[in-house]
Design a protein around this ligand. Structure first.
Ligand code: ISJ
Length: 474
């Protein structure tokens, strides 16, 4: 149960005295209940660009999260952490849910927001595998955090949310001053343009290193498919790009959202100098007022250079038996998985096209209504990884991925997103993505292999995906 402060209406961030009163109220609650409280304050402000705030106000040693959704209705930046948990192992989705519920019990909300699109959110990323295979993993198998600052851009307004842990001995005067100063500096940030003080990597002087020979792994996968060990295997490729100058995640995100307005643009910063960025077309799930939508996305073709060529490629994709089988495996899996929860699904039996700037995919959006009490993370745990990014049967596909791919997937093809207090959620599949680490970037892309796949064409598909990403990083 969320506790609401008795002061109404209370836009505590707009008035220093009100801010003090509210934080002091939280302290009194903490003393009375002998437990820390989490103060949650939201304030509507003029329209701002959350990415500009993140870039200019966030510090490299702070955890961050950026998420802009495909239809551009909402962008969210999360800066720093009020509370967080890092989880390893197979119970990561359940533990994440328990953590969120524990935090919510101690929330004190300044004005149970009249902004339904700007609720306190818990941001999370889960690695592809639940156990990390490398000793130098930059991301734990799950991380969930409630940010200190959350900046949300709605269709015509923005909101700033603050989350702050308050304990019985918190110095409220000092805290009020600090929050007030930070809020003022966020509001003074220049939102209209993006400036980069440092030099950026350019196309010159690059070194690109392939991590392995992709085509020979496709040949091996086709053999396993022929021997009927599995129906589909999604193999990924990774390239390392080394530049004389450090990569800048802010710059990459700005480019990604301009080059791929039809994708979900995201960045997960671990607060230790590494960021995982990308522009993914694939929604693992979105839940809004209990309506869940998930995308079956598999089967690909390039875009044409002329309208006629594009239409022909699209028609060929829609009618291609191999691409349709690759797609159907994903639809069937999602259908069976959600049916286990007793959910009734709505979807068309023929896929449509999701046409992106450089590539087009077969796409079946699947919709259902969740019963009260079914948490989005329970669905996420069952869906991940779908055969769009692993294969089928899932266990065998995962074993073969670990055998063939000579790099750690980390957050590649893994769930990245947020959940709010009302169980609304949005998670994407972290494909078309890269890990930025100083002057080194590791770029990932994969392709689904079924019987009839041609290693050369699959490699061409992977290269097409990598090129689109590379263009955004410089
Ligand atoms: C695995 C990736 O993409 C997946 C594979 C696709 C395919 O093989 O046709 C299409 C969309 C995604 O589900 C990737 O982009 O890395």
């Amino acid at each position: 149960m969320l506790c609401q402060s008795p002061f109404t209406p209370l836009d505590s961030l707009q008035d220093c005295n009100k801010l003090y009163q509210f934080l002091d109220f939280c302290k009194q609650q903490s003393i009375a209940e002998q437990h820390e409280k989490i103060a949650s304050i939201s304030s509507t402000i003029e329209s701002i660009d959350p990415l500009a705030v993140l870039w200019q106000f966030g510090k490299p040693q702070q955890r961050h999260f950026y998420f802009e959704n495909r239809d551009q209705e909402r962008a969210i930046a999360a800066i720093g952490e009020a509370r967080s948990i890092q989880i390893e192992g197979t119970r990561r989705f359940e533990t994440a849910q328990e953590f969120i519920q524990r935090c919510l019990k101690h929330f004190v909300i300044s004005d149970a927001s009249n902004l339904p699109w700007a609720q306190p959110c818990f941001f999370s990323s889960f690695t592809f595998f639940d156990q990390s295979t490398a000793s130098n993993s930059y991301f734990p198998s799950a991380i969930v955090f409630l940010p200190q600052w959350q900046i949300v851009q709605g269709s015509d307004r923005s909101a700033i949310l603050l989350h702050q842990v308050i304990e019985a001995d918190t110095n409220i005067e000092l805290l009020t001053e600090k929050i007030w100063r930070d809020f003022q500096s966020i509001q003074q940030i220049s939102y209209s343009f993006f400036h980069f003080s440092t030099q950026l990597p350019t196309l010159l002087n690059w070194e690109i290193v392939d991590t392995h020979d992709f085509q020979s792994t496709v040949v091996a996968a086709l053999k396993s498919i022929q021997q009927q060990q599995l129906n589909k295997l999604v193999l990924a490729h990774a390239i390392d790009v080394v530049s004389p100058l450090p990569f800048q995640w802010g710059h990459s995100l700005h480019n990604l959202r301009q080059l791929h307005p039809d994708c979900y643009v995201f960045s997960v910063g671990n607060g230790h100098g590494q960021s995982f960025v990308g522009a993914s077309p694939e929604r693992l799930l979105s839940v809004c007022d209990r309506t869940l939508i998930t995308d079956a996305l598999a089967g690909s073709a390039p875009r044409g250079r002329t309208l006629a060529e594009d239409t022909e490629l699209a028609q060929r994709l829609l009618n291609n038996d191999k691409e349709r089988r690759e797609h159907q495996v994903v639809v069937d899996f999602i259908h069976q998985t959600l049916a286990q929860f007793g959910l009734k699904l709505r979807f068309t039996h023929v896929p449509d096209l999701l046409q992106l700037s450089n590539i087009q995919h077969l796409h079946t959006p699947i919709q259902t209504v969740l019963p009260v009490g079914l948490h989005p993370l329970e669905i996420l745990a069952a869906l991940h990884p779908t055969p769009a990014v692993a294969g089928l049967p899932r266990e065998i596909a995962c074993e073969q991925i670990q055998q063939y791919e000579q790099f750690e997937r980390s957050l590649y093809a893994a769930p990245i997103g947020w959940v709010d207090a009302q169980n609304n959620a949005e998670f994407v599949v972290g494909i078309r993505s890269a890990l930025l680490d100083g002057n080194r970037a590791r770029l990932y892309a994969g392709a689904g292999i079924v019987s009839g796949s041609d290693p050369e064409r699959e490699f061409a598909e992977v290269r097409l995906k990598l090129q689109a990403l590379l263009r955004a990083l410089v």
